[in-house]
Design a protein around this ligand. Structure first.
Ligand SMILES: [Cu+2]
Length: 375
């Protein structure tokens, strides 16, 4: 931290409105509240006027301009529904084996318009691929380190000590590879991350991702319907609008404090491009917090309430009818809600964000665009 001018610290940056021109943060009022902030939304007639007013009201909080997703090689909107289910084969005992290929590589990414971050990535993206398997399957991850530092994959779940991804148990030197293997248990919403030292730096650089284990309905006959609704590929699951969200943040000047916050890496991405939600279909969010340097993060939904499954390891909610949950680092869970049941849920924009206001202003805020049907 020492050696950095105080104005480059995030609070000085926000308070003084500095760097408005050279970085992406909005400090100058003249640049704010423009209708083209939501240019992708102009065709949405019923909410267009409201949208403009809403953005005007909040415009001073959001970044100006667009991140080049093509150059990054990943798009936060696509990321919401991109599940990596690996390659399926069968073991001699007939059990399903899912094999994943994961690489580590150094890669500069753009996290806010014009703001580059020297990330360490899994499969070239931050967060890494959202790996999804079914309870009881064998999971095999072939991990190759093309990066400049030793890295690993540490999975939250049941596994042997030698598969732990800590130094001495699957830490991989540059140019080397290691195969992690274990059974997928327990079902839930988990994560994986690099466990190389120093830990905070390796995680903060971008080495993490969702690891979802769907429940096997045959193992939960008393809750088979709930289990089927969670199992990717079933008709019961297909009616849900499922999304993968990773709350993260970036310390762009390496002073041990975050300058930008986001859900799926890009500051304010879902504020500028609201997430379409069909009103008649329920929503399920797999959410994990991997924010380093701040003890907690949170998710708050406007105009609605949700049920929450802490860690996703139960088929009944651990919290019912709440509109905010908080997660410490590595905590995760499943949110379920619908806009179909309340008559006052007309189509339109419903904000979601961290309820740490500073995180919101620095990038962790988005919108659901509730529509009657996809156009
Ligand atoms: Cu690492």
């Amino acid at each position: 931290m020492s050696g950095w001018p105080v104005d480059l610290k995030r609070r000085g940056l926000m308070g003084a409105g500095l760097l408005a021109a050279s970085s992406a943060l909005v400090g100058a009022k003249g640049a704010l509240g423009q209708g083209d902030q939501v240019s992708g939304h102009q065709g949405h007639n019923s909410a267009a006027a409201d949208t403009s007013a809403h953005v005007n009201a909040h415009g001073e909080m959001i970044t100006v301009g667009d991140v080049d997703s093509a150059n990054n090689g990943f798009d936060p909107t696509a990321m919401l529904t991109e599940w990596d289910t690996g390659e399926v084969s069968y073991l001699p005992d007939g059990r399903k084996l899912r094999t994943f290929q994961v690489t580590a590589e150094d890669k500069e990414i753009e996290i806010a318009p014009g703001v580059k971050f020297p990330a360490w990535t899994f499969n070239g993206r931050v967060p890494g691929p959202a790996l999804r398997v079914t309870e009881g399957e064998r999971v095999r991850i072939v991990f190759k380190n093309f990066g400049s530092h030793p890295h690993s994959m540490h999975f939250h779940g049941f596994h042997a000590a030698r598969m732990d991804g800590i130094p001495g148990a699957g830490l991989v030197a540059p140019g080397e590879e290691f195969t992690y293997e274990f059974d997928a248990r327990p079902y839930g919403c988990h994560l994986y991350h690099c466990h190389a030292l120093p830990l905070a730096r390796h995680i903060h650089k971008g080495m993490y991702g969702l690891f979802v284990i769907d429940p096997d309905p045959a193992r939960h006959p008393e809750m088979a319907e709930a289990a089927k609704s969670r199992l990717l590929g079933t008709p019961e699951n297909a009616r849900w609008q499922e999304m993968a969200m990773v709350m993260n943040a970036f310390d762009t000047n390496f002073d041990g404090e975050n300058e930008f916050y986001a859900c799926n890496t890009i500051a304010h991405c879902y504020a500028k491009k609201p997430i379409k939600v069909v009103r008649s279909r329920p929503v399920r969010i797999y959410l994990v917090n991997v924010t380093e340097f701040d003890p907690i993060n949170s998710f708050h939904l406007h105009g609605n309430f949700f049920d929450y499954y802490d860690q996703g390891t139960t088929l009944t909610p651990t919290l019912k009818t709440v509109d905010i949950i908080m997660q410490c680092q590595a905590q995760r869970g499943i949110l379920e809600f619908t806009f179909a049941e309340q008559s006052d849920h007309e189509p339109g924009l419903y904000m979601f964000h961290a309820h740490q206001s500073e995180f919101t202003e620095l990038g962790w805020m988005g919108m659901f665009d509730v529509v009657e049907a996809l156009s």
